[in-house]
Design a protein around this ligand. Structure first.
Ligand SMILES: Cc1cc2nc3c(=O)[nH]c(=O)nc-3n(C[C@H](O)[C@H](O)[C@H](O)COP(=O)(O)OP(=O)(O)OC[C@H]3O[C@@H](n4cnc5c(N)ncnc54)[C@H](O)[C@@H]3O)c2cc1C
Length: 494
């Protein structure tokens, strides 16, 4: 192949696709390699961490970064955001204090206001004064007498539906309803894939595994790297490694030393009986890795629910968190996890872990006992750069010239990483300086809701999940492709 691409991106997870599409938006031609049949098929995501309220232990700074990055991503992929709130509670048996969470929430309200002051389009979590609401024991007693509401629209209605099911006598008060929304990976994947197929400057190569990368930086050629696949060799000036938990493999092939943690985790799909009204996502905080570890119940359409439980019987695994060795950047999981990752799960493991997850939820939601296994687990390994396992906002590093390595911990960091890579590519004079940087992406905006609905449903089926997982609880209106985007679009689309 004689063509020289400006950028080669290895790995079509959320980080790789956003990097490719942002490069494409500025006319920077790039080739994106994904070894699977479709993009965004790695570890799952279901929660937009717009404030870090699922992590009572992280710093205020990480909470602010998560909020800002989540807002940016929600603006790029609105059709993947499920605008149902989150119910945050602390069981009486757990050490966390509601007061600490509340003071952090006040800080987040001020921060959210400052983001809206910078750009009014950042108001995607609703009115900042209604970002969260607390409920005392008296409030709970009062609301528990109310009828459930089929399609709730106020925090009181969401809470009413939740406490008609939750045994709240086990929980500390106040209980919190916060505007942290659901995030649908199938819909995000569909929008990204459709945009990549349309974008003139992005070449998407699915079913294409990169087998080797060769360094030509000291040979005075018009390119710096050769990217090898089974059948072809691609020449690129700049290399982006966004291989997710496998980023270490590329480092190893280039003999670059790097430290990382990788963690295997799973969430379970269950099916329950119809209930009277939609419920928010339910969080029962608890210390990670202990029998009382956090329980998270994420509602989907048609009575499907996804469950995380931060114990070794549910989401976490023995030997699930491992680190790189002195001489090897890529950590190696044990056989059991390796089999689950690459060869599939045994039915017995799916059943026993999903049943443990259902039991974990029914501790707080007694009627949930009747839920059953609803499909295969959503699982994968996540990377954490360095050696701090509590880090929730890993980003990008530049180990050498013309080489970027993305290691995001949460899907929300993808746009920040893409922007940092574009800064670096300009700094290294691979491309000339881009005069007008913008937060919008007209190619993504041009993808219609209907197209996303169809492809997201296909992706769930292709990957063996119920089609209901491709839909939002709260359906969204079609966003307008604004007139001001049209000329830009004509340039960028085939
Ligand atoms: C159980 C679980 C729940 C989670 N929940 C959330 C959540 O609610 N919210 C949130 O924000 N985050 C969540 N995360 C984290 C989130 O899933 C990750 O941050 C995110 O998916 C990482 O994206 P990525 O693009 O860096 O990596 P990946 O999604 O892993 O993408 C890497 C891609 O590279 C491809 N690849 C690798 N090697 C090669 C090669 N040699 N050639 C070609 N292709 C290659 C892979 O096939 C893969 O598609 C969760 C993670 C787990 C495990």
């Amino acid at each position: 192949m004689n063509k020289i691409y400006n950028v080669g991106v290895i790995g079509g997870g959320v980080s790789g696709v956003v990097t490719s599409l942002e490069l494409g938006k500025y006319g920077i031609d790039n080739v994106l390699f994904e070894q699977e049949n479709s993009v965004v098929n790695g570890p799952p995501f279901c929660h937009l961490h717009a404030g870090g309220n699922l992590y009572p232990d992280i710093s205020d700074e990480q909470c602010r970064i998560l909020m800002k990055q989540s807002i940016e991503m929600a603006r790029l992929f609105p059709q993947s955001i499920d605008e149902r709130p989150t119910f945050i509670s602390i069981p009486k048996s757990q050490k966390y204090s509601v007061e600490n969470i509340q003071s952090r929430l006040d800080m987040l309200v001020d921060y959210y206001k400052s983001l809206i002051a910078e750009d009014s389009r950042n108001e995607i979590l609703g009115n900042p004064d209604e970002y969260y609401k607390t409920y005392t024991e008296e409030d709970l007693k009062r609301l528990s007498g109310n009828e459930s509401v089929k399609n709730p629209s106020t925090p009181d209605q969401w809470l009413t539906n939740a406490i008609s099911l939750v045994d709240y006598t086990q929980l500390k008060t106040p209980i919190i309803i916060v505007q942290e929304y659901g995030w649908n990976m199938f819909r995000l994947g569909a929008q990204a894939q459709l945009a990549l197929e349309k974008a003139e400057n992005c070449t998407l190569k699915t079913n294409t595994q990169v087998t080797e990368v060769k360094d030509f930086r000291n040979q005075n050629l018009d390119y710096n790297w050769e990217i090898h696949t089974e059948t072809e060799v691609y020449k690129v000036k700049y290399l982006v490694n966004s291989c997710g938990f496998e980023t270490g493999k590329i480092d190893d092939s280039l003999h670059i030393k790097s430290d990382r943690l990788i963690e295997f985790k799973a969430a379970y799909v269950s099916k329950w009986q119809p209930i009277d009204g939609l419920i928010p996502e339910l969080i029962f905080h608890g210390e990670r890795g202990t029998p009382g570890g956090m329980v998270q119940l994420t509602p989907y359409c048609q009575d499907y629910y996804q469950i995380h439980g931060m114990t070794e019987q549910i989401t976490l695994f023995k030997g699930g968190l491992i680190k790189s060795k002195e001489d090897k950047a890529q950590p190696q999981f044990n056989d059991d996890i390796d089999n689950k990752l690459f060869r599939g799960w045994k039915k017995a493991d799916i059943d026993s872990r999903t049943e443990s997850a259902i039991e974990g939820v029914s501790k707080y939601l007694p009627a949930f006992k009747s839920a059953t296994v609803g499909g295969p687990p959503l699982f994968g390994a996540q990377q954490i750069p360095g050696d701090d396992a509590t880090l929730r906002v890993g980003e990008v590093s530049f180990p050498d010239t013309t080489y970027a390595r993305s290691e995001i911990v949460k899907a929300s960091s993808a746009l920040t990483v893409a922007n940092q890579i574009i800064d670096k590519i300009q700094e290294e004079k691979i491309i000339s300086v881009i005069e007008n940087r913008s937060t919008d992406n007209a190619i993504l905006d041009s993808i219609r809701k209907k197209e996303i609905d169809v492809l997201a449903a296909e992706l769930t089926q292709e990957r063996g999940y119920p089609q209901a997982l491709s839909r939002l609880l709260i359906d969204r209106r079609e966003a307008d492709v604004t007139k001001e985007h049209q000329p830009e679009l004509e340039l960028q689309l085939h």
